[in-house]
Design a binder for this molecule. Structure first.
Ligand SMILES: CC(C)=CCC/C(C)=C/CC/C(C)=C/COP(=O)(O)O
Length: 293
């Protein structure tokens, strides 16, 4: 069994130097023995199990750096101690990427809160909330799915059915990918959001990415590529997608990055659908098989 690491005074690192009755990590553990206490706080618990420890690691203050020297045993009066395992060291210098991501996240949260002007009835733009919720329904998965199915069964041309079968495939792919990413990332919706959305799935308690933004980007790209429309209508479709995305933040449903990534994902999903486009023959076979069921 490995023997416990000891400090310069021969005490095990996990043990308290101070005779105070306060718990490890409390402010009472500062002063002369504080370094040992701080070290023991980091080393005596499994990573991620202690909230104080997690905060210390996550804060990425200038004293947090991967691979930097440990705090314990560095004072002039202390004998040098052997290098600590990686997980016991403190990062002094967070990476450029870490700083950039944290800054982006802070700007994202700040901007999203500022833009969440319709998050409640009493918000500054609370009176336009009903309009925003109408817009929300225009980008919901259910009307799009039901509309596509209705048109598919009403269509009397194989060319029309081919496009609609691919549209159905696109909508299902979108629901699947968004649910998968939401379930993996598990980013909570903004605190100012009221969860009063029309029909949701269990993963919709998470906000990244915005399903409305993915659908807006996917559907507008799909429509622009497969329906021959007059210019004003094409402009209207692009505006609908952009305003729908903005309305997600204004309603307080999402942070800006949820919507930005949603647009990117929806745009990419269209490229996937276009690449895997069901040929007229395959669409016809699938449709006939489906109708026979
Ligand atoms: C076939 C099937 C599983 C249909 C489910 C349709 C449905 C309930 C979609 C949820 C749409 C929704 C509320 C997405 C959330 O959008 P966010 O923009 O808030 O992420």
């Amino acid at each position: 069994m490995p023997s416990p690491r000891r400090n310069a005074e021969g005490r095990p690192l996990g043990a308290s130097v101070s005779s105070s009755s306060s718990s490890p990590g409390s402010p009472a553990h500062g002063g002369g023995g504080g370094r040992f206490e701080f070290q023991s706080l980091l080393s005596s618990r499994a990573p991620g199990t202690d909230p104080t420890c997690a905060r210390l690691r996550a804060s990425e203050s200038p004293v947090h750096r991967r691979g930097s020297f440990p705090l314990a045993g560095t004072g002039p009066s202390q004998a040098p101690s052997p290098p600590l395992p990686e997980e016991d060291r403190m990062d002094l210098n967070p990476s450029f990427l870490g700083i950039a991501l944290r800054s982006l996240l802070a700007i994202d949260l700040w901007l999203s809160k500022k833009l969440g002007v319709c998050a409640g009835e009493n918000s500054s733009w609370g009176s336009v909330r009903p309009l925003m919720k109408l817009l929300e329904i225009s980008g919901h998965g259910i009307p799009w799915l039901l509309g596509t199915l209705y048109c598919l069964f009403r269509s009397d041309s194989w060319a029309g059915r081919e496009v609609l079968m691919n549209l159905l495939f696109a909508l299902l792919l979108d629901l699947l990918l968004v649910a998968l990413i939401k379930g993996l990332v598990r980013r909570r919706r903004p605190a100012h959001n009221q969860m009063d959305m029309f029909v949701t799935l269990s993963v919709d308690k998470y906000s990244f990415p915005s399903g409305h933004a993915t659908r807006a980007a996917l559907m507008s790209r799909f429509i622009l590529n497969h329906l021959v429309l007059a210019i004003p209508l094409r402009v209207l479709i692009v505006l609908w997608a952009l305003i729908l995305g903005l309305s997600r933040v204004m309603l307080g449903r999402h942070n800006v990055t949820d919507v930005a990534f949603g647009f990117f994902l929806g745009y990419t999903q269209y490229s996937i659908v276009d690449y895997c486009w069901l040929s007229p023959d395959n669409a016809r076979v699938l449709f006939v098989l489906w109708k026979q069921q």
